[in-house]
Design a binder for this molecule. Structure first.
Ligand SMILES: [Mg+2]
Length: 375
């Protein structure tokens, strides 16, 4: 079955409340939505949510890359020839992982729908039907972070991720949240590259008494050597995020001893195709993985969830809470294959073929957006 048509839309959906990370605060999220139609009329859907400060690739750029560079070389290609699809995309455009991942999600959805099986069946089968979630707490005053943690602890969450930037505030936030959840929940800290090597070592050593589960991306993405220094000088497991994007980065991280865990984010690694390879490298090197998030809506979150339940190396809490942070979604709710319940994302027996989610065309129109240069 061959690719007949590729269509791309940009939508903007408000967050329930503004969200702050190391590099930005935002009231809403831009989503790039791709629909790929096969010759027999089946439609696969994909999504990417640009994080421009961290990874580049604004929404308009993703749309343009897909429409002007990918569509012309992909129309007519057999949908199950994923190696050929990547060969053509990589030959047409260097880098641009988010644009490639948008196509990748839609192709995998199309493969699942055409084979009439859930996507996880194509990725290794169902190893686990529920995914432990981290509630992700944006940067804010420590007492407010503690209140948010208490609220979600009472809703059943037992794993938290604290976004961090300034060292003192990060330590104080960890202390306050630990005081709330005591030893009943895991807490991890994500610095999003905020610290120098020496600052990271000092900060993590001060955090040790509050028992963080792990520290995520303490130093710059390019500094895997520095991250290895941090890992050697501290006692808390280190997780690579922005530092491991390609399969080559994963090999380097393993060789340097830079990380104990890899945060797989499908979008940053150009899709499920390469993310599965990184997960395999991690498994072979004795590292664990978690599945992270770009705070996607249901399309990207579903793709991540299918990978999470099919990967043996995914063991700790995953960040798949994006749909809960948005005020609305562009997918239909009937035959919905997922449910948030007491700190887990569960795959339901009702899950249908492919990703298990469908676009609601009216919502797509409602949130369609003319996007300015900064998006
Ligand atoms: Mg991260």
């Amino acid at each position: 079955m061959r690719i007949k048509n590729i269509q791309v839309d940009i939508v903007k959906i408000p967050f329930r409340k503004p969200f702050t990370m190391a590099m930005w605060t935002s009231k809403e999220k831009i989503h790039v939505v791709a629909r790929i139609t096969s010759e027999d009329g089946i439609v696969g859907i994909g999504e990417s949510v640009p994080l421009v400060a961290e990874f580049g690739e604004p929404a308009k750029g993703i749309k343009e890359i897909i429409e002007q560079y990918f569509a012309p070389v992909l129309i007519g290609v057999e949908i199950f020839d994923i190696e050929e699809i990547y060969r053509r995309m990589n030959a047409a455009v260097k880098f641009h992982w988010f644009a490639k991942s948008t196509i990748d999600f839609a192709i995998y959805d199309l493969m699942g729908k055409t084979a009439n099986v859930p996507l996880y069946s194509l990725l290794g089968g169902l190893n686990n039907d529920k995914i432990l979630l981290n509630w992700v707490i944006g940067i804010q005053e420590p007492e407010n972070a503690a209140k948010e943690a208490e609220y979600y602890f009472n809703k059943g969450y037992r794993s938290f991720k604290l976004k961090a930037r300034e060292s003192d505030r990060a330590i104080n936030t960890l202390r306050e949240v630990r005081a709330i959840v005591k030893d009943k929940a895991k807490i991890r800290v994500d610095a999003n590259q905020s610290w120098s090597v020496s600052e990271a070592i000092q900060t993590i050593n001060k955090m040790e008494k509050f028992e963080p589960e792990l520290i995520e991306q303490p130093v710059s993405y390019w500094n895997l050597e520095g991250m290895a220094q941090v890992r050697n000088a501290t006692n808390i497991p280190i997780m690579a995020d922005e530092g491991v994007v390609t399969i080559n980065d994963a090999i380097r991280a393993v060789r340097l001893g830079a990380a104990d865990i890899i945060n797989l984010k499908i979008a940053k690694s150009a899709g499920i195709f390469y993310s599965r390879k990184i997960a395999d490298i991690a498994e072979g090197a004795g590292l664990e993985c978690i599945i992270g998030s770009m705070l996607e809506g249901w399309i990207g979150t579903a793709a991540s969830a299918h990978l999470a339940v099919s990967c043996k190396s995914v063991k700790k809490g995953c960040d798949l809470v994006g749909p809960l942070l948005h005020s609305d979604q562009i997918v239909k709710k009937e035959n919905f294959g997922f449910k948030y319940e007491e700190g887990y994302l569960k795959l339901l027996p009702t899950i249908q073929s492919g990703l298990g989610v469908e676009i609601d065309p009216l919502k797509l129109i409602q949130y369609q957006e003319k996007v300015n240069e900064n998006n």
